[in-house]
Design a binder for this molecule. Structure first.
Ligand SMILES: Cc1ncc(COP(=O)(O)O)c(C=O)c1O
Length: 457
């Protein structure tokens, strides 16, 4: 809509309407600025792990786009219509209608967040020794499958490092068939977009082929679709599709047995998720575990207020004005960083800019936790919180060493992002100051959340 208006007003030719925020403030939250000395003390106390830093000490929080979304005025209004009945609330009905409309599946089970869905699916689908294949599992699924004594395997497209390749979220179809032929694969998970490899989109045709190969071997095919709306706008732009976002999402979801999503992402909510399927045989299995772990299936760990927010969020995320603004804002930060010579994953994906830390920091090795070293410096100099996606998160299974700058939805302005780029320029000028780190201790399955680190002197 915004672009259509723009085209009508040729006297706007010197000003691109897509460069202006699509939203205005209705509630304001003051940002805190500390001194570098204060932040150095805070870092020491936090054992150089940014998950341990209280948010009041953060200036710009790009740790995650998960649950950090700014709610719309309509979401807040609908929240007040909540029905907190244990069974069969009106909020549940609105939630179910919105989830069905979004993913086009018949049976929907609310859960409290994405990893709850992963735990339930791991329990239903895997037994010890099984292999679970993915284009790239995200950290929670990866850890949960390991916890269930299965082996998660990532087989991204061989082109995932090719800057000219538009669908770097794809899966390697040859390897998929090989593994299905030879191994004890329980199921296949397509993560859409591919978060761990740069929020990169998955191509519809790649998904279709992956689904067909998986069905040839009679295995279950799952979509982790927490950013499928962002995937769909990227797909629409790349392919010049005339379809609506909803139609594109449905084109994708037709190729799976189970669709699940954390609604903390494209649900534009603070909490929640759901599991969806058309497979009647799976329904009692899912329902039983939802009752055991989450709650009665008409709330599944969510309050009526959460379900109202998600129902509206799943509707708002289909708006192309919103999605264009969202993708443009992420690209804006990517372009700023690129212009000052920071190596990023290109093309920029859906929800975050990923800095290629190995390319940026040449004097350190992955075993020095080089990407975490950059995460620490971004906080020390600018109070910016980001997250390492590399050796600390995945240890020797790390495919790349990246720093993810995840952009919360509808939260920061273009000026905030310019500040982030400015801090990067300072780091670049003194790149050799970045120190190696070592891990003193960490929990086995989720090291990045729990690690205590120290600089190597
Ligand atoms: C691709 C992907 N899948 C699953 C999850 C887990 O969702 P949640 O944080 O709601 O448990 C995340 C969270 O970041 C994610 O990015």
């Amino acid at each position: 809509m915004k672009n259509e208006i723009f085209n009508k007003f040729s006297n706007f030719k010197d000003f691109n309407l897509s460069d202006i925020e699509l939203y205005k403030y209705k509630v304001a939250e003051k940002i805190n600025f500390l001194t570098i000395e204060q932040r150095e003390e805070i870092l020491k106390k936090a054992n150089y792990n940014l998950f341990n830093i209280p948010s009041k000490y953060i200036t710009i929080d790009l740790l995650t786009d998960s649950g950090t979304n700014t709610l719309s005025d309509l979401q807040l209004s609908y929240m007040m219509l909540y029905d907190e009945s244990y069974a069969g609330s009106i909020s549940y009905e609105r939630f179910i209608d919105a989830a069905k409309n979004f993913c086009n599946k018949e049976f929907i089970f609310p859960v409290h967040q994405g990893r709850a869905a992963e735990k339930i699916l791991a329990e239903i689908l895997t037994k010890p020794g099984d292999i679970v294949i993915s284009n790239t599992h995200f950290d929670t699924g990866f850890a949960i499958y390991k916890h269930f004594k299965a082996t998660p395997i990532n087989i991204p497209t061989p082109y995932y490092k090719d800057e000219k390749y538009n669908f770097k979220g794809n899966i390697d179809l040859e390897k998929l068939e090989e593994l299905l032929k030879n191994g004890n694969v329980s199921h296949v998970v397509m993560t859409i977009t591919n978060n761990a490899l740069g929020g990169q989109p998955v191509e519809l045709n790649n998904l279709k082929q992956a689904y067909e190969i998986t069905k040839k071997y009679n295995r279950i095919f799952v979509i982790d679709g927490c950013r499928i709306a962002e995937n769909s706008i990227l797909y629409k732009r790349i392919t010049n599709s005339n379809k609506s976002i909803k139609e594109i999402i449905h084109d994708y979801t037709q190729y799976c047995d189970i669709f699940y999503m954390s609604t903390k992402k494209d649900g534009i909510a603070h909490m929640g998720g759901f599991i969806a399927t058309n497979n009647k045989e799976l329904v009692p299995k899912i329902r039983q575990l939802v009752i055991l772990y989450e709650g009665f299936p008409t709330y599944g760990g969510l309050s009526g207020k959460d379900m109202e927010v998600i129902a509206k969020g799943l509707e708002e995320v289909l708006d192309e004005d919103y999605l264009n603004y969202r993708i443009n804002q992420v690209k804006f930060l990517g372009d700023l960083l690129k212009n000052i010579g920071i190596p990023i994953i290109e093309p920029v994906g859906g929800h975050a800019v990923f800095v290629n830390a190995s390319k940026f920091i040449q004097h350190l090795k992955p075993e020095d936790y080089l990407a975490q070293s950059l995460v620490i410096e971004l906080y020390r100099l600018g109070g910016i919180r980001s997250v390492e996606v590399g050796y600390l998160m995945y240890s020797k299974d790390a495919i790349m060493n990246l720093v993810r700058l995840a952009i919360p939805r509808r939260t920061y302005t273009y000026k905030h992002l310019e500040y982030v780029a400015y801090i990067f320029s300072l780091i670049k000028d003194n790149i050799n100051n970045l120190k190696p780190y070592r891990v003193l201790e960490a929990d086995e399955l989720v090291p990045h959340f729990t690690a205590k680190l120290a600089p190597v002197s």
